[in-house]
Design a protein around this ligand. Structure first.
Ligand code: MN
Ligand code: MN
Length: 474
């Protein structure tokens, strides 16, 4: 073999040379990637809403020795508990060997995803069809939600105090629903609309029935028949929609994607992919040095406001309880703490590569993506992670053989977005975004690479096992 030229040798020493992780991974790693993603796909199918994600996650947590938080109990190192925030968000805690005053190790992912929520008074009949009015949740391209099978998930909360869970449309033997779109033959006027306006918010009406209640007299017989069916199945009347949370989500299941099965296609991977990775790490790290807190947050897609989102005092109250139990204060704990804001970032799509600046973009199969800042318009609305904090994460990931990459969310001024990072950073914690690169983010069917999913899980594990030091205020 010819000797390397001087410039080649110097390049090897000085250049950053990212590689496709599948080129360098050994067979054992690739088997572990596949095995891990089987569990991930099952999780996705049983967690299509934030409520179902909490239920599924807490069932797994109970199996791993977590119990509901008991304020009267005193917790020792290795003890595990969870806090269930209204069935829509949750936090898992494993008490560390070190006192909380030395800082805790937080991983926060969100379990809500874009979808079509039913309006409070959704059901109506027109032209002898029964439909449901929706109000979309999160940032969607509305045209993507037409003419695909939808399932209905959520709860009716009744005035007698009972909460009736709803799930229709997931099983093959159940009916599904649809938002109809105009046929191309008659869409000349619609085609002149701008894409963002191609299908409008008030046009996202879900078809739920066409069979009339069998009586000659009276009007709205199709709607009446639907209410009869709902009463039969759930014991609810039209008024119960007023106190319901019902969400239309794609009725697809998580599947392998690509002839080589290297990817996963599924609804809701933003951000249940990071939620699952964080959850698995939390279940597996049984005796952490520092207390490990894993947050599964709601409402990220609408800006994290509300009592189940991370712009609430939910996390602060949790840390206050931990601090009080150990005779310290939450501000002391938080100032010494570190956090991974576990959220997805955009992967570069060859078809739409021009929205990316390729030197600072994330790619499928290049591993977990570390995002120093998100935001828009000159880094507004974001936490910009400290260089010192990122340096310690680089060291941690490299030392543990975790494949990772950096990624900005698109070219400067092309758009932008945000995560929960800033809300936790605002508490005085060192935070950086890290997660899985995704194609078609926020679409009904999102694409991830299995390799990146596994490397994100590996990141969460080593982070919980060996949390980096915080960048303490001088
Ligand atoms: Mn997200
Ligand atoms: Mn999102």
């Amino acid at each position: 073999m010819a000797e390397k030229s001087l410039s080649e040798q110097r390049k090897k020493a000085l250049f950053r040379q990212p590689k496709n992780g599948r080129l360098t991974a050994d067979d054992a790693t690739l088997s572990a990637v596949d095995a891990f993603c089987e569990g991930y796909k099952r999780f996705l199918d049983s967690a299509k809403t934030e409520r179902e994600a909490v239920k599924t996650a807490l069932a797994l947590a109970k199996d791993a020795g977590f119990a509901p938080y008991d304020p009267a109990k005193s917790y020792a190192p290795g003890d595990r508990y969870f806090v269930n925030n209204r069935g829509k968000a949750a936090a898992l805690v494993t008490v560390g060997q070190e006192p909380a005053a030395n800082g805790v190790c937080i991983t926060a992912a969100h379990i809500d995803s874009p979808r079509l929520d039913l309006k409070p008074n959704p059901l109506y009949e027109e032209l002898e069809l029964a439909l449901l009015k929706t109000h979309y949740y999160g940032g969607i391209k509305k045209y993507q939600w037409t003419a695909i099978p939808l399932a209905l998930h959520g709860v009716f909360a009744k005035t007698d105090g009972t909460v009736v869970p709803v799930s229709i449309g997931e099983r093959e033997d159940e009916p599904c629903f649809v938002v109809n779109d105009l046929l191309p033959h008659l869409a000349q006027e619609q085609a002149k609309r701008k894409l963002g306006d191609g299908v409008r918010g008030e046009e996202l009406n879900v078809l739920i029935g066409s069979h009339p209640f069998r009586d000659d007299a009276g009007s709205e017989l199709v709607k009446l028949h639907i209410l009869e069916l709902l009463f039969e199945k759930y014991g609810v009347t039209e008024a119960d929609f007023l106190s319901a949370e019902l969400e239309c989500v794609p009725a697809f299941h998580a599947r392998d994607l690509g002839l080589d099965r290297s990817m996963i296609g599924a609804y809701g991977q933003d951000d249940r992919v990071c939620a699952y990775c964080a959850l698995q790490a939390a279940l597996e790290v049984a005796h952490p040095r520092k207390t490990v807190i894993t947050v599964l947050a709601d409402k990220e897609e609408t800006g994290s406001d509300g009592n189940t989102g991370l712009n609430s005092a939910f996390l602060l109250h949790l840390v206050q309880d931990i601090a009080a139990a150990q005779g310290t204060t939450a501000d002391r704990v938080l100032r010494a703490s570190v956090c991974l804001s576990a959220d997805v970032n955009a992967a570069t799509d060859p078809t739409f590569a021009d929205v990316m600046e390729k030197r600072n973009a994330a790619f499928l199969n290049y591993g977990a993506v570390l995002t120093k800042y998100t935001g828009a318009r000159g880094k507004a609305d974001t936490s910009d992670a400290s260089a010192e904090y990122i340096a310690s994460l680089r060291a941690l990931l490299d030392a543990n053989g975790v494949v990772w990459q950096l990624g900005e969310l698109g070219r400067v001024d092309v758009g932008g977005g945000g995560t929960v990072a800033k809300y936790i950073a605002n508490l005085g914690v060192d935070v950086v975004d890290l997660g899985v690169p995704v194609l078609s983010m926020h679409a009904p069917f999102e694409t991830t690479a299995k390799f990146d999913v596994y490397m994100t899980y590996r990141t969460m594990r080593v982070f919980a096992e060996q949390p980096p030091a915080p960048v303490r205020p001088a």
